[in-house]
Design a protein around this ligand. Structure first.
Ligand code: LMR
Length: 333
């Protein structure tokens, strides 16, 4: 569902621009190959001027050959009664396999955006299995959470969302994520000067963003797809176009070398800026208060616990899985 929303817009050139030809290589599974053939047929029949190649396959070692961008979307959703540790293990296997394949055959400069949940830890597994690709090139998608936060702040302030800037999602793409209203701005002013209702910011706003994916699943009966696809396009666009002055974007990135004293060696969503070359730098001039920092510590603890659960997939020994009881994906309520 996500890919079907995404592919046609990628093929249209709206992200990489009108001078960049595109080759789409679609990775599926034995079970999904017919559907993949159908999508490929529709892409061909759309006669996109920039679309020079559509190919499909089920072997990541073939499909990832020379890939410049890898958008890793497919993962198993958590089924009824399934332990989160089991989900981490099943999906972790997918991302360790895909990491190995990227390491073997993708462009050495490939940028990888991990969407399949739990995306932060899946991205960590992926990068650990791809030692020949810079860890900095791996992202976990938290742009959807940023977009959700922007919309809620704009709604509360009675402005259009384009007046909201500097929104950071800190941490895990889960219900412990921290939408940062301390550093965010509305019309260039700190959010707290515009929205004076601190209780709303700390409780209603924060929870709404954290649980938005779950509420959507309850209403739709399935995960977000169209808005996830839009946020993947936004995430790529943020890396291939210079970040506007006075703004930034959120992405789940590898923490080693971060200036915020977030634990090293995890994938944690943080504020980034890009020159438009596909790379990014972390934003330095952010502030913290006790509320923000205590929330950050909670999402950090969750990611450290997830990391221990997948030690067998990151080459760091035997998995020890002791996840905090309230740890949930955004889709879980
Ligand atoms: C979302 O945030 O909408 C999804 O990640 C929810 C989910 O668990 O699929």
């Amino acid at each position: 569902m996500i890919s079907n929303h995404l592919l046609f817009r990628l093929a249209s050139g709206e992200v990489f621009g009108p001078n960049q030809p595109i080759a789409l290589k679609l990775l599926g599974s034995q079970r999904s190959i017919q559907a993949l053939e159908g999508v490929a047929m529709e892409l061909e029949d759309s006669l996109f001027p920039l679309l020079r190649e559509v190919s499909i396959g089920i072997d990541p070692y073939e499909v990832f050959q020379d890939a410049e961008w890898a958008l890793l979307i497919g993962a198993k959703p958590r089924g009824p009664g399934m332990e989160r540790a089991a989900l981490l293990d099943i999906n972790g296997q997918i991302f360790s396999e895909q990491g190995k394949a990227l390491n073997a055959v993708a462009s050495r400069n490939v940028k990888v955006i991990v969407v399949g949940n739990p995306c932060n830890t899946n991205a960590l597994i992926c990068l650990k299995n791809a030692p020949n690709i810079p860890a900095k090139n791996f992202h976990a998608l938290t742009r959807l959470d940023e977009n959700r936060a922007k919309w809620q702040l704009a709604l509360k302030a009675g402005v259009f969302y384009d007046k909201v800037s500097d929104v950071t999602i800190w941490g895990n793409h889960s219900t412990t994520q921290v939408p940062d209203f301390l550093n965010a701005k509305i019309d260039g002013l700190p959010v707290k000067e515009v929205v004076k209702d601190t209780k709303w910011l700390e409780e209603e706003f924060t929870e709404k963003v954290q649980k938005r994916g779950g509420v959507l699943i309850q209403k739709w009966g399935r995960s977000s797809a169209a808005s996830t696809a839009v946020s993947i396009l936004d995430a790529i666009r943020s890396l291939v176009t210079p970040t506007p002055e006075g703004d930034w974007f959120s992405s789940g990135v590898y923490t080693t070398g971060n200036p915020y004293r977030i634990a090293k060696d995890i994938v944690f969503s943080m504020p980034c800026r890009s020159k438009g070359d596909g790379d990014y730098e972390l934003v330095k001039d952010v502030i913290f208060d006790d509320y923000l920092w205590s929330r950050i510590k909670k999402t950090e603890a969750e990611l450290l616990a997830e990391k221990k659960c997948v030690a067998h997939l990151t080459g760091e020994g035997i998995a020890v899985c002791d996840l905090p009881g309230d740890t949930m994906l955004p889709g879980e309520m």
